[in-house]
Design a protein around this ligand. Structure first.
Ligand code: FA5
Length: 331
């Protein structure tokens, strides 16, 4: 067997012939060596030792011939190398996960506000009208409640009218809902931010998307003034957008702040609105059981996408949600 196997292996001139010979003699299942090994049990006990040694010699000799034939056929490389392995082929780069630019922005904003003592708070994305409107001083007939401006969730109208209103749920349209949740659960002083998703049926364009993020800020204490609000927003803006950022406050109206302002940043020579802000309306304090004679505070809500876009020079909000790795992997 030994000489036959070695002769066949030596004669193998292509990988197919080599593989056939390899399987025939040293194949794990039906190879000739395996066959003999199986018969060892039948050898008389006295002869078993010498038969075993002989078998080992034959095995080693054939395996050596296998290795030599393999090395010869793979171009004389190291023996034992898979002849189908080509080390000159380029590798396949594994796709590595990536943190979304908006998630990175949220982490960054949380860190900047944290340095000013603002602690992060959270609230649910599916809200009830009490937190989204009532406690924020938005009356029943206010246009902000319009079904065309909100994503109401379909709820079965089975109870009385009052029960149905209480059972109404909607995707929150602003993070101001979290102000109410925080104040209803703790005593002043309060200094929190809340970063999260909000939803509005806006048509997508370069600066609008139906789902976006806001950063809400709320500070309640004694003797808080508009000057404190403007300082916090200025310090925030210079930290996030750079020392040369220009910021402008325009008089505005929100039901939950009085007075209210719109916050604009200069961007490529144009004033762009980034959010709203103002002094917390006394009616909001009353709705959460705070005494407006004792405490005062400010609140603001900024668009996170617009902040991220201004910092990174992104021209179209839709790029952030396209899922295009060529765009996303730049951040
Ligand atoms: C509000 O949502 C108020 N809750 C802000 C506020 C908070 C005022 C606390 C007073 C006190 P407004 O609707 O203007 O305000 O939205 C704030 C910001 O969200 C906008 O300036 C803009 O930057 C961003 N924004 C609004 N709609 C969209 C949209 N469809 N896509 C992307 N960003 C949006």
């Amino acid at each position: 067997l030994q000489s036959e196997a070695i002769a066949t292996l030596d004669a193998a001139s292509d990988p197919e012939a080599f593989e056939a010979a390899r399987v025939k003699y040293v194949g794990q299942k039906k190879g000739a060596l395996k066959d003999i090994q199986k018969q060892m049990g039948g050898v008389a006990a006295d002869d078993r030792k010498s038969a075993g040694m002989r078998l080992n010699e034959v095995k080693q000799a054939i395996e050596k011939a296998v290795a030599e034939a393999q090395s010869r056929l793979s171009g004389g490389g190291d023996s034992g190398v898979d002849p189908t392995f080509d080390p000159t082929l380029p590798g396949v780069r594994p796709t590595i996960g990536h943190i979304h630019p908006i998630t990175q922005t949220i982490t960054h904003l949380t860190e900047i506000m944290g340095r000013m003592g603002f602690e992060a708070a959270e609230g649910p994305e599916v809200e009830d009208p009490h937190h989204n409107f009532v406690a924020l001083n938005i009356p029943e007939d206010h246009p902000a409640r319009d079904p065309l401006d909100n994503f109401y969730l379909a709820t079965a109208a089975t109870g009385t009218e009052k029960q149905n209103i209480e059972g109404t749920r909607l995707l929150r349209s602003q993070t101001s809902t979290v102000q109410i949740r925080v104040m209803a659960n703790r005593k002043p002083p309060v200094r929190v931010i809340s970063l999260g998703r909000v939803y509005r049926p806006d048509d997508p364009d370069a600066t609008h998307f139906p789902m976006f993020h806001q950063m809400e800020g709320l500070l309640v204490d004694t003797h808080v003034t508009m000057a404190n609000l403007k300082t916090v927003l200025r310090v925030f803006a210079t930290n996030y957008l750079g020392g040369d950022v220009e910021i402008r406050f325009r008089p505005s109206f929100f039901p939950f702040t009085e007075p209210s302002v719109e916050v604009d940043f200069l961007w490529d020579g144009n004033w762009i609105e980034f959010g709203g802000a103002g002094m917390v309306d006394p009616n909001v304090f009353r709705a959460v059981g705070y005494d407006p004679e004792e405490v005062s505070g400010f609140a603001f809500g900024l668009g996170v996408e617009r902040l991220c876009m201004r910092r990174h020079g992104i021209k179209d909000i839709r790029d952030l949600y396209s899922g295009d790795m060529r765009f996303l992997s730049q951040f």
